[in-house]
Structures are given as C-alpha cells and as structure tokens.
Ligand binder design. Structure first.
Ligand code: PAF
Length: 282
C-alpha cells in the first residue's frame, strides 16, 4: 500500500493503477472505524484498486467547531487500510490541498439548505469543494460514501449530476448503509468525544427514531410523534435537538403528504457538547 502526500506522486501512482483496473475512491477524514471499513469493503468488492483519502478538511468546519480536536491517527488508520487490501492512501496536508492563494468554493444550492446546512453555515460548501477536488485529483471510476451523512450524500449526488463528474453518475456514487453499535448508535468518529455516561444516553437517539417511525407507520400523527421524539431525547440527557424532520430522501424537501413512500427521518441532537446525527427510512 502506498501512502502519498503530494499531488505529483499521486498522479504517477494512479497512472499505474488505472492501467491495471478500475479505481474506487473512499473519501474520509481519518479516525477510521468499522463504518469506514464497510465503505472500503464495498469498494474492494467492485474495484481491484481502492484509494482512500484521509484529509481533515478545514473548509467544512465552522469557526466554533471541533477542527482542532478532531481525532488524527494516520498511522493507525493506514494499518487498518493495509489489512483491508487498499492500494493507496492519499493523505495531503492543508498546504497541498489548498495552496497559498487558493480562492475557489463550490456551493450546491437546494439540498445544502436547512437541516445540517442551517446549523452549520458553509459546511456543505466545504464538503462539496473538497470532494470535487478529490474527484479531480484521483479521477475515480467509483466513489463510496456512508448513508449516515444523508444530506452530504444528497449534496454530492447533486454536484456529480450538475457538474457531469461521473459517467453514468447514478452508478458511480455508491451509498453504503450506516454501521451501528450493539445498541443502535450509528458509528461516527465523533462518538469518541462522548463520556461513558453520555455514550450510554446516546443510544436513546436511534431508539427514539425507531419508536417514532413505528408510530408513524401505524398511522400516528407525524407532528406529535416528532415532538415526542424530541421530548424523549431531552429526557434521556440530550441538551438540545437541532432538528427532527421528515424529508424526501432524494430532494430533502419537507414531506407533507401522509403517504409519502420516499420519506426519511433525519435528526441532529447535542449531548455533552457533541453533535450527533442519524437518519432512517420511514
Ligand atoms: O464524510 C466525511 O468524512 C467528509 O465529509 C468527506 C466526505 C471525507 C469530505 O471531507
């Protein structure tokens, strides 16, 4: 497995890889867990060569967010990736990604608004910008993203369609199901911030979401169930709920009709200073 930190050696390595097989890209910010490894395994199942990018992208963190404390463990991450048969790790530093004078931002309107876009202004511009750069740098045949960041996935799919990034885009961007702990909590690098007590309470998030989905599926009033979900999270020890909403899975438009078959429940809530997100189909 090659570990590459500059663009020129990346391009040389990719010429060789591309002459041998399709290349799949798994973009990450490191601090890898089983959720990332599920992406890598899906990628390996579809392409002989998998490139994983590890870059904590400063442009997707707000001024008061956790850029400084975001876990960084390149050596441990590389050991995990080597064991998965990854061909190449692309781990640029900030100067290689955004050289002096860098001035371009990609903004995807519509799907970027509301939900996490409202709570984290500029976040999805940072995500779209770095993902477009990663696509240009690696030029993958396929790319893999986790369903846990559902809005991010919608933003990337929209960008790929709008900018003709992939051919055919519907098959090239692969979404991989969220991996969960034994108690249902979605795996996230940010779970490492939780104290043992908060970690225990955090299981209320998927539990309350499942309860709301079951009740709505049985015909209960949606507005009341979403209010009940928020109350359940606050009672379990969450400090606040950023949003708990039913949205169209593809467009992320609010779902208004009671029989919408493509609806998804999306929730973001804060516990002990950590913001957790999750989503599930209705
Ligand atoms: O999901 C992530 O880890 C990041 O948002 C991504 C897609 C790697 C862009 O920095």
């Amino acid at each position: 497995m090659q570990i590459v930190r500059q663009l020129d050696p990346l391009r040389s390595a990719l010429v060789q890889m591309r002459s041998e097989s399709a290349v799949a890209l798994v973009p990450t910010m490191g601090a890898l867990h089983q959720g990332h490894l599920a992406l890598v395994r899906e990628a390996r199942a579809r392409a002989a060569h998998v490139a994983v990018s590890i870059f904590v992208n400063p442009r997707q963190f707000g001024a008061n967010e956790d850029l400084g404390k975001y876990p960084r463990q390149l050596e441990a991450d590389c050991a995990l990736l080597e064991a998965e048969g990854v061909s190449l790790v692309w781990a640029p530093d900030a100067a290689a990604m955004y050289p002096q004078g860098y001035a371009t931002t990609v903004a995807v309107s519509g799907v970027s608004g509301g939900l996490c876009g409202a709570a984290r202004p500029g976040h999805f511009d940072g995500v779209a910008t770095v993902v477009l750069k990663l696509f240009n740098q690696v030029q993958p045949d396929l790319a893999f993203f986790g369903e846990k960041d559902w809005q991010q996935l919608a933003v990337i799919r929209r960008m790929a369609r709008d900018l003709d990034l992939t051919r055919p885009h519907s098959q090239a961007i692969h979404a991989v199901a969220t991996v969960r702990e034994h108690d249902g909590l979605a795996l996230s690098s940010r779970n490492a911030y939780l104290s043992p007590e908060d970690r225990r309470c955090a299981a209320a998030l998927p539990a309350a979401m499942r309860a709301a989905i079951a009740a709505i599926g049985s015909g209960a009033d949606r507005t009341q169930e979403l209010a009940r979900l928020q109350a359940a999270l606050l009672a379990a020890g969450f400090a606040s709920v950023d949003y708990a909403e039913l949205r169209d899975a593809a467009t992320l438009e609010p779902v208004s009709t009671p029989d919408a078959s493509n609806a998804r429940l999306l929730v973001a809530a804060r516990i002990g200073g950590t913001r957790l997100i999750d989503n599930m189909p209705l």
